[in-house]
Design a protein around this ligand. Sequence first.
Ligand code: GAP
Length: 463
Amino acid sequence: MTTYGNAGKGESVNEQGASMGKVVSLCKSRGFIYPSSEIYGGLSATWDYGPLGVEIKQNIQNAWWKEMVRRNENIVGLDAAIMMHPKTWEASGHVDNFLDALVDCKKCRSRFREEALEKIRVERNTDSAVCPECGGELTELRQFNLMFTTQLGPVEDAGNLIYLRPETAQGIFVNFKNVVDTSRVKIPFGIAQVGKAFRNEITTKNFIFRTCEFEQMEMQYFVRPGSEKEAFEEWKAKRMAWYIDQVGINPKRLRFSEHGPKELAHYSRAAFDIEYNYPFGWQELEGIHSRADYDLKRHMQFSGKDINYFDAETNTRYIPYVIETSAGLTRSVLVALMDAYHEEELGGNGEIRRVLHLHPQIAPIKVAVFPLVKKDGLPEMARRIEENLREDFATFYDQGGAIGRRYRRMDEIGTPFCVTVDYETMNNRLVTLRLRDSMEQIRIPIEGIADSVRKESLLYRRL
Ligand code: GAP
């Protein structure tokens, strides 16, 4: 098969023709994601979301919010500050335990996380303790805290030191009592939050997979001690189903992976990752953790405040157990783009169609409207249709170039529906609705466009 552009040297290409290099190049050229501060040469491991990137990110966030908060009467939302009292991070255990074990190569200066080095050794079936890049000698293991620090206030003083949050979860735990006291939640209930998190990551290759500034979508589900196993299984199943049904990810590229005792985070009693099969192998997309009463108990201890929950049903007071679902929003954007990228040969003549088979719910533009030609009142009619659709959908109007090329441009950015106005439309008010995945074209009345788009979106299944 002829492919669209080249994958990077040594890069793997999946059965859909996707590679990391091709997705990065599409993201840059079509305005999804740019290197941050590019005019100054960029800044390592930071990225900016362009006009289409910000739409897809927001759509994934909205789909998650709808699934977690809107569809569940017993889950409420929160938006806590990024900067928190520094004691938060002593209580959470991050000051003492949020460490990466690192080794450096004395020869080529590459830096590795011990965990990643161990994985490479297992893959290569070797226990050799030399640099996997150049065979050079490695330094001793050193511990490195991943939290960024800064100063709050004008005086640079150790007493003003604060951290940028490395997870959104603690904003939820410190507000547990506020939410219980001010809303009518009863156990079991959840608190959900989306927001930025920061980690001074050492290994940051692979585009937006692991970055120093990223976004999380986290939900802490508070349950009666003793019922955590059931809740854990329930949320594992629900979270996996969300990626398949609502984000449109191919189930063959998703799996669960259980944390062994050595991998468990300091707060975790049990944990499963939802992993995706990236071009660089199976890696985490979301973590589901059983955190027991670790966090609330520690905050009670460090703050001196009573944050026990009174259960009116059992007439008892206790610290609830917690099941956490912790998804990466920016990492979900990467997975959605990687999974949707497809190169397809058209009509046996070697022409390649590059298309993003994005779920309509997350596609940055939902409906594009075109006049077939740029004259005889067709542009005015197409413009009116596009303007009427704007209230309900993210739309795009385009009158430049051959119609086939306009369809291809929309395929590349994942627009699921295109509407074309032609000469007949002027007489019978019928337009062509063109479906991205099947390339099927159907005639429908102008008044039925919004309903057809909604119906096709609801019925959406990846071909
Ligand atoms: N509150 C638990 C927690 O933060 P985690 O497994 O460290 O757990 C959860 O992170 C999710 O956040 C990951 O599955 C991943 O999707 C995302 N994530 C973590 N570190 C990231 C990074 N440096 N860059 C992008 N996403 C990251």
